[in-house]
Design a protein around this ligand. Structure first.
Ligand SMILES: [Zn+2]
Length: 313
């Protein structure tokens, strides 16, 4: 019997390390700098960060948020991002199917479920990208292609891997199910309806349509705004961000992410207006809110979309 929460704990630890790397991306990508070299330095005195001052969360607490050399403040963003990715990875494993969390003999059982594992890894990667984009858009009003376009590619490739591992007949779209065909001999054959798309085709083609559809929704909003107001109201980064969410999650969850993101942005805007901190020309970091909507849709989406489709029946 392995430790309880073993997989969740591993996810949390790995998340801290990925969060540490995400901090580097957040600091450097909007400035078009390499995320590999040079080593991390203090923003004030330029002294390279020692390895023992680079332990996620712990170092920041030990140093009380100050540089060891010059005493300049280190933003709470660093431990916050590390913790956020750690909590995200743990949460993804908590809500993953139980089939993935155990051992088959000495082999971790997620190895035996490549399709489900790919899906779970995808949600982990999506969270990493969305947390990064959320912070970058908030601080710099930039959504780097290195995250959005790369994310669309990763999401689509993972979908193809998932489609490859579908069981025969799983996810098939069958038309005309009233039509039955039965051959009892030889080789007893039975078919119900005509397969319109196999599960693999439906998943891959559906995802292509979802990516294009998500981009199109925001492009239409962008064009409409420009036609009415004569200037750009929304960046192309927001368009690519929503397409990225679609690449990982599909169309239904993307609509949920858009809805949640726009509502959150609207509430925030109204609060700013009420406090007289914003006027008609204030630009909200829409990408940050879309990213937050994407995080919500990734964790709670299947439940919410299922509940909503149930209402329509
Ligand atoms: Zn310093």
């Amino acid at each position: 019997m392995p430790l309880p929460f073993l997989f969740e704990l591993i996810g949390f630890g790995v998340g801290l390390l990925f969060g540490s790397f995400l901090n580097v991306c957040i600091s450097r990508l909007p400035e078009h700098e390499s995320v590999v070299t040079p080593r991390s330095r203090c923003m004030s005195c330029g002294h390279p960060v020692r390895w023992y001052d680079n332990v996620p969360v712990v170092s920041w607490v030990v140093l009380r948020g100050r540089c060891r050399d010059c005493g300049a403040g280190i933003s709470w963003r660093y431990p916050a991002v590390e913790l956020a990715v750690a909590v995200w990875f743990a949460a993804v494993i908590v809500q993953a199917p139980d089939d993935l969390k155990g051992f088959f003999g000495s082999v971790p059982s997620f190895i035996l479920n490549p399709g489900l594992t790919t899906q779970t890894v995808g949600i982990g990667v999506l969270g990493f990208l969305l947390i990064g984009l959320m912070v970058m858009d908030w601080q710099t009003q930039r959504l780097p292609d290195a995250f959005t376009l790369t994310g669309i590619g990763i999401g689509f490739v993972l979908t193809c891997v998932q489609a490859f591992f579908l069981a025969p007949g799983e996810g098939d779209i069958v038309l005309n199910t009233a039509h039955q065909l039965r051959l009892s001999s030889p080789g007893s054959f039975q078919a119900q309806g005509n397969v319109f798309l196999t599960g693999t085709e439906a998943l891959v083609l559906g995802r292509v349509a979802a990516i294009a559809g998500a981009a199109l929704i925001l492009l239409v909003v962008r064009w409409t705004y420009k036609a009415l107001r004569g200037r750009d109201g929304m960046g192309l980064g927001d368009v690519k961000l929503l397409a990225m969410i679609a690449a990982f999650l599909g169309f239904g969850e993307t609509l949920l992410a858009l809805f949640v993101g726009v509502m959150a942005a609207a509430v925030y805007g109204v609060v700013l207006l009420a406090q007289k901190k914003a006027g008609r020309e204030t630009k909200l970091p829409l990408g940050s809110f879309l990213a937050a909507g994407g995080l919500f849709a990734a964790l709670c989406g299947p439940a919410v979309v299922g509940w909503y489709l149930g209402l329509l029946r």
